[in-house]
Design a protein. Structure first.
Length: 263
C-alpha cells in the first residue's frame, strides 16, 4: 500500500471510528454514577469500569457478554492538568479514534460504573503502573485497518458465544488496542500483577515419593483482556461507593404506594 493510500485508509478509518462512537437516539443507562461518592471513594490504581451507550460499546458488551464496555485507570493527580472547567484529569483511558487521553471523573456522571481495586499493591508497583499510563497519554492508534473496525459495526455479529471474545483479538491489533482495556492490562502485566492468569498444574514427586500438585500462574498477553475481566478477577476488589460512605437502609425514604394501586 502506498503512503497516499495508507493516509486515505487511515482517514476513512477515523471517520468510521467517529460513527461507531455515536450514541444511538434514546440510549440511556439503567443507572448512573454518583460522582460525589465516586470522588470520595476512588483511589489511584483503581480501575473504573463503564457501561457505555455508543454503538461500539453495545457491540463490545455483546461480544464479551458483559455489562462493561470500557475501562479507565485512576491516576490521582499524576497528570497534573485540569479540564476547561477546572476539574482535575484523574483518569487515563484509551478511546477509539482518539487514542490515549486523560479525562475528568465527571465525564461518566451519566453512566453506570464500577470500581475494581487491586489488592495489596505496593507503593513502588503502584507508581510503576501510574507512570506507565501517564507516559502513554498522547499515543494514537492506526485506524487504516478498516476491515478490523468493521467487526464493531454490527450491533450483534452472528458469532457463536464461545467465539465472540476472540473477535476482539483478531486482525492487526491496533483497532483492538484502541477499544479494549489492553493498555491497563499491559500496565499490570509489567509488575506481574494477575488479572485472570492461565493456571496449569504441575505434578512433582518429593523424596518420599508422594506426588503433590502446584499451581503455576501464567500472565495472559494483555491484548486478550476485556473490561469484564477486572470485574470477575479474584485479585481485584469490587468497591461500591454507596456502601463505602456508610449506607443505612433504615434512612431510605420510600414513596408511599396508594392503596388503590395495590388493590
Amino acid at each position: 500500500m502506498t503512503a497516499s493510500a495508507e493516509r486515505l485508509a487511515d482517514r476513512l478509518g477515523r471517520l468510521l471510528a467517529r460513527r461507531l462512537n455515536e450514541v444511538p437516539p434514546g440510549a440511556r443507562p439503567y443507572t448512573h454514577a454518583n460522582v460525589a461518592a465516586l470522588r470520595r471513594t476512588l483511589q489511584p490504581g483503581d480501575v473504573l469500569l463503564v457501561e457505555g451507550t455508543s454503538r461500539v460499546s453495545n457491540t463490545i458488551k455483546y461480544l464479551t457478554m458483559s455489562t462493561w464496555s470500557h475501562a479507565a485507570l485512576c491516576v490521582g493527580n499524576a497528570v497534573g492538568r485540569v479540564s476547561a472547567d477546572g476539574e482535575p484529569l484523574i483518569l487515563v483511558e484509551v478511546n477509539l479514534g482518539e487514542g490515549c487521553v486523560a479525562a475528568p471523573l465527571s465525564k461518566y456522571e451519566l453512566h453506570n460504573t464500577r470500581i475494581c481495586r487491586p489488592s495489596h499493591l505496593s507503593d513502588a508497583d503502584l507508581a510503576r503502573v501510574i507512570d506507565f499510563m501517564v507516559a502513554s497519554i498522547g499515543k494514537r492508534y492506526d485506524m487504516k485497518n478498516i476491515t478490523d473496525l468493521l467487526r464493531y459495526a454490527l450491533p450483534e455479529p452472528p458469532v457463536p458465544a464461545r467465539w465472540r471474545r476472540r473477535m476482539l483479538a483478531l486482525g492487526s491489533g491496533d483497532p483492538t488496542r484502541a477499544i479494549c482495556s489492553t493498555l491497563i492490562a499491559e500496565a499490570f502485566e509489567r509488575i506481574r500483577y494477575p488479572i485472570l492468569p492461565r493456571i496449569t498444574r504441575e505434578f512433582r514427586a518429593d523424596p518420599l515419593a508422594r506426588a503433590h500438585r502446584s499451581e503455576i500462574l501464567h500472565i495472559r498477553h494483555h491484548s486478550l483482556f476485556t473490561p469484564r475481566d477486572f470485574d470477575v478477577s479474584p485479585y481485584f476488589h469490587v468497591v461500591k461507593p454507596t456502601l463505602e460512605s456508610g449506607f443505612d437502609y433504615r434512612q431510605l425514604r420510600w414513596a408511599e404506594v396508594p392503596r388503590s394501586a395495590t388493590g
